[in-house]
Write a protein that binds this ligand. Structure first.
Ligand code: E4P
Length: 220
């Protein structure tokens, strides 16, 4: 399962990229707006920093405008993936972009039925929002399982990107269910590496090593 950061903040991206485990980035209009800068500049820096897929979302709501916007976003870099919402217009524009050879990510997906539609237009990625389903008192992981099962039975090649992940166990469960990609905010990514036993073990190793150095110094 590939690991993506769900952010438009370049400092967060640089920090996780340093670990060597970052395969891509997802942005959305809210995340870009949070940076308070020209979106084109924000995307440019991210596209240069990250070698893998970077999702850039259209903001138009009508199919022709979405298509035109998608064509422009795709031109920004070879690793740009055009993100479109799961609406009739989003599907229509997405299908045209796919026919032009452009990679698309169908976002704001909340059901297996929507996942089938995304696969049928040949989307490169589709993004079910698990945390938001949980927020609405539904079972996000169950929906992810249904989608992964359907894709396996049907042989769909569209990649399932588990989105709106809120904690490390969401990431673990998404991997167990067979999601192709998991995208998460910086704080969730940072929690993946942490374990109190790792910290305690390292403290002990360091203390024992220092003790040996002291012993050798006193003996010489
Ligand atoms: C994915 O592409 C979305 O940007 C994201 O995961 C939404 O997550 P949220 O529900 O935490 O806003």
């Amino acid at each position: 399962m590939r690991l993506f950061l769900d952010t438009a903040n370049i400092d967060e991206i640089r920090e996780i990229n340093r670990w060597g485990v970052l395969s891509g980035v997802t942005t959305n209009p809210t995340l870009v707006a949070r940076e308070g800068q020209d979106p084109d500049e924000v995307w440019k820096v991210i596209l240069e920093e990250v070698g893998g897929d970077v999702s850039l979302e259209v903001t138009a709501s009508e199919a022709d405008e979405m298509y035109a916007q998608g064509k422009e976003l795709a031109k920004k870099a070879a690793n740009a993936v055009v993100k479109l919402p799961m609406t009739p217009d989003g599907l229509s524009a997405g299908k045209r972009l796919v026919s032009d050879g452009i990679k698309i990510n169908v976002t704001l997906c909340f059901s297996p039925a929507q996942a089938i539609l995304a696969a049928e237009i040949g989307a490169y990625i589709m993004s079910p929002f698990l945390g938001r389903l949980d927020d609405a008192a539904a079972d996000g992981m169950h929906v992810l399982k249904e989608i992964c099962d359907i894709y396996a039975v049907q042989g769909y090649e569209t990649q399932v990107l588990a989105a709106s992940l809120r904690h490390p166990m969401h990431v673990v469960q998404a991997a167990q269910l067979g999601a192709d990609i998991a995208t998460m905010p910086y704080d969730v990514f940072a929690k993946l590496v942490k374990h109190p036993l790792t910290d305690r073990g390292l403290e002990q190793f360091n203390a024992d090593w220092q003790g040996l150095q002291q012993h050798l110094k006193e003996g010489s």
